[in-house]
Write a protein that binds this ligand. Sequence first.
Ligand SMILES: C[S@@+](CC[C@H](N)C(=O)[O-])C[C@H]1O[C@@H](n2cnc3c(N)ncnc32)[C@H](O)[C@@H]1O
Length: 565
Amino acid sequence: MRLANSDTLPGIRTLLRRHSLPTSPSVKTMEPPPVVDAGRYMFNPTLKWDPHVEAYFSRAYGADHFSRISSALTRPSCYSSIRVNTLKTSTEDVKKKLIKYLHETNFAKEDSTSCITQNPALENVLYIWGTGPHEISYDRQPDEPIKEIIVSRKCAEAVLRGAQIYVPGVMACSSHVEEGDKVAVSVATEKPTDTGGWAIGITRGTVLHGIPSDVQYEDRHGLYIGEGIALMSRAGIFRAKEGVAIEMTNRVYRLPSFNDVLEGEIFLQNLPSIITARVLDPQPGEKILDMCAAPGGKTTAIALLMKDQGEIIALDRSHNKVMNIKKLADEMEIKCIKAYKLDALKSVSLSISDQNEVILEEQSVRVDEECYDLTNVRKDEKGRYLSNAETRKRMRQMRNGPGKNNSKGGKVVNSKGFAPNSFDRVLLDGPCSALGLRPRLFAAEETIDSLRRHGTYQKRMFDRAVQLVRPGGVIVYSTCTINPGENEALVRYALDTYKFLSLASQNPKIGGPGVVGSYKFDETHTEEWLTESEAELVQRFDPVSGTDTIGFFIAKFIVGSKSSS
Ligand SMILES: C[S@@+](CC[C@H](N)C(=O)[O-])C[C@H]1O[C@@H](n2cnc3c(N)ncnc32)[C@H](O)[C@@H]1O
């Protein structure tokens, strides 16, 4: 078992440490809640795991450290990182505009300058510092029940990142809530059922009475995420199909929201993703493959590092997601990105005549829905939550495209694949269990079997990456999960299967070493991780470490002569 070591990027640790102190001007004086059972209002959720997954992760990280990881995952990072599009503007200019924006939106009325910092080692990256966790006084008199609402888990996770509460996210509400009322907000999380599954045990529209006999009264302990003002009555909330139901006025975590802010000039991107593009180290003029590219965060970061010179082939198997890559590249005025719809598993073209040939996509393709990130599908372009029927319609459109006569803003082109050895560098940032994403309030949906399926899928993708990169080229593999089965075990597979691959050192290196050792699932199956020296070459971002990032993993491979295998 290995723990993350200290960061080596100059300045970032100092910055993080400085800003994690509750001395920022935007921190309000914390007043203890005037209620007897104050503890129940402290945000202190427990992340639930499948017991076998918990045992497996405890073996990898040590039980104590895994318990700290589990707790860190329930909180958002205390800062947002923003990558500046230096093809269009300068970091200094964006900084000035953001200071003005934060001031105008009251995020940091008194001193918006000190909540933005720039790391000298990452010249186009700005950190915007939030605060929390805050204790919130819910203004309740001892003899008066507070008015309150319970929101869905996905809604609460978005609220913890700075969003408002939209109508579909509200699950339950006190009986007499009227427009303008102040309400305490808590989250419904899953509990074990008698049949061995998990359920939130609450139906939409439930009336809350705020008394101990109330539905889920005890379950709300530690799950309050703040308070807000109702913009609709209780009846209105459950009648309306869309719109903001509650405007948050006080949050346990205060982070700025950057929806539609400085479009094309900035991209909100977590620090490990920014680092991934830099580890790939793309050079102007090279030919790069981004195998699973949507929404294009890393693709555009790579384009900036190449100064928009060369060619980046950005693939995704979802029609709408390819549209999103094209839209982002257009907004950022990047020319070197060519985005195609293609299943990366079919990205190696065996027929010489097909090489690099493209055709217009007109028919639908089948894909596995389990790999979709539903978070964004459930919201419309303005971030409003959609009904289930509308969500299903959009899912169908994502898979199949909008249809020949219904295509908005350009066509998506389908690639037939690429010849072996076509690319100087390949990035594989494929679908994963996403168990490093924060904040997360439930994790038990992943079982040992589902984690293994992710690992199998990633190995098949990696095989394609190996075929497509040229001898002497580079492959970077990354995930946003803490699962060693998708990280260290993939690296083990890669090194054991392809003897011409070797691990390369990474720059910048902020994360810690990988996990060493192995895990015996049963008599027939042992999962092998890394040796000490291999572990030093990969980069694992630990949510508990001082850098306060999401859980993330990066491995960089140098490709030797392929005939040597
Ligand atoms: C983790 S996300 C990629 C994020 C992206 N690299 C970025 O930084 O913005 C994984 C992506 O893989 C895509 N995907 C899943 N299976 C795929 C496949 N077989 N071929 C191509 N893309 C796939 C999903 O649609 C999703 O957009």
